[in-house]
Design a protein around this ligand. Structure first.
Ligand code: SAM
Length: 301
């Protein structure tokens, strides 16, 4: 299924795109936002679409086929935005969009191990399968207990971080934790014991007990907070005066980073969204992923 872009109208309004503007989409995905941007900046505005996932680029190229003469693609981590802009000669840059996290096909179909429902998938969790980052399985095989507790507690706000980390350390002495099912079974066993229940899945506040553990591991594997911290100043640097930067976060730690960075840059930017923009009731009903989305927009002075 094609990814449904979140906060579409709000992103377009925030970026304030005119015909002829050049826009960078740092997280191209299934190119839903990019396609809409290309309608706004027609007939001669260009789009530079960046994604680290080669499979994302392949499908984006198909979706953007009719605008291929105005589109440049870069398969890269967006932390390299300055080099990408230099190497492609793209500019002047009037708008930049970042829409963090996974796309629907990555989550559901590409065998990445992002979802606790796809039990047979390997615990990879990298956005790009051919990156030299460690997979989730590699991390689980080597990591020290305290560091694992910290990952679950910080990135997942998981209440049973310590118990789950201990169970992982015990289990890996017997066998490698390599598939989604291996990890889900460990988390379920911890929860069953803690809640003293025999239920196959002891749901916690409407969530599957493995939800937070999977989210935390994905953030750690892709060093998501670190790349956000690094890309924000570089994005402002490549933006032309009057250009806009729109950032969509899905995690409170991401949003906090973005908010603090923008506050610290008040001499060179104007904050367009005084408060983060969130999804309407209608969008939240139709697209559950939009419920945690927060959009912040600034303009370079
Ligand atoms: C939420 S999706 C974007 C969806 C897109 N806006 C759309 O309308 O279809 C996020 C995309 O960003 C990519 N991504 C995540 N982290 C990245 C990074 N550090 N560098 C480049 N791409 C990244 C993922 O591979 C994924 O395709």
């Amino acid at each position: 299924m094609r990814h449904v872009p979140v906060l579409m109208a709000e992103v377009l309004e925030g970026l304030n795109i005119h015909p002829g503007d050049n826009v960078i989409d740092c997280t191209l995905g299934d190119a839903g936002h990019a396609e809409a941007v290309l309608k706004k900046n027609a007939p001669d505005g260009k789009l530079l679409g960046i994604d680290t996932d080669p499979e994302a680029l392949l499908s984006a190229k198909q979706f953007l086929y009719s605008s291929e003469d105005r589109t440049v693609f870069a398969r890269s981590n967006f932390v390299h935005i300055i080099d990408i802009v230099k190497n492609t000669g793209f500019g002047p840059v009037n708008g930049i969009l970042m829409d963090f996290g996974w796309s629907t096909p990555q989550f559901e179909q590409r065998g990445r191990g992002f979802s606790f429902s796809n039990e047979d998938e390997p615990l990879d969790m990298r956005y790009s399968k051919d990156s030299d980052q460690k997979t989730a399985a590699m991390i689980l095989a080597e990591i020290e207990k305290e560091e694992l507790i910290d990952i679950f507690a910080t990135y997942g706000e998981e209440k049973l971080s310590k118990d789950i980390a201990e169970a992982i350390i015990e289990k890996r002495k017997e066998e490698a934790i390599e598939t989604v099912k291996h990890l889900v079974d460990i988390v379920l066993a911890v929860y069953r014991k803690k809640l003293r229940t025999e239920k196959e899945v002891p749901w916690v506040g409407g969530l599957h007990p493995a939800t937070k553990v999977f989210q935390a591991l994905r953030i750690a594997v892709n060093e998501e907070l670190d790349v956000i911290k690094r890309v924000l100043p570089d994005a402002l640097e490549v933006l032309a005066p009057g250009g806009r930067l729109a950032v969509i976060s899905f995690h409170s730690l991401e949003d906090r980073l973005v908010k603090h960075f923008f506050k610290s840059q008040q001499k060179q930017i104007r904050i367009i969204t005084k408060k983060p923009v969130i999804a309407s009731d209608e969008e939240s009903r139709e697209n559950p992923r939009s419920r945690s989305a927060k959009l912040r927009v600034v303009e370079k002075i």
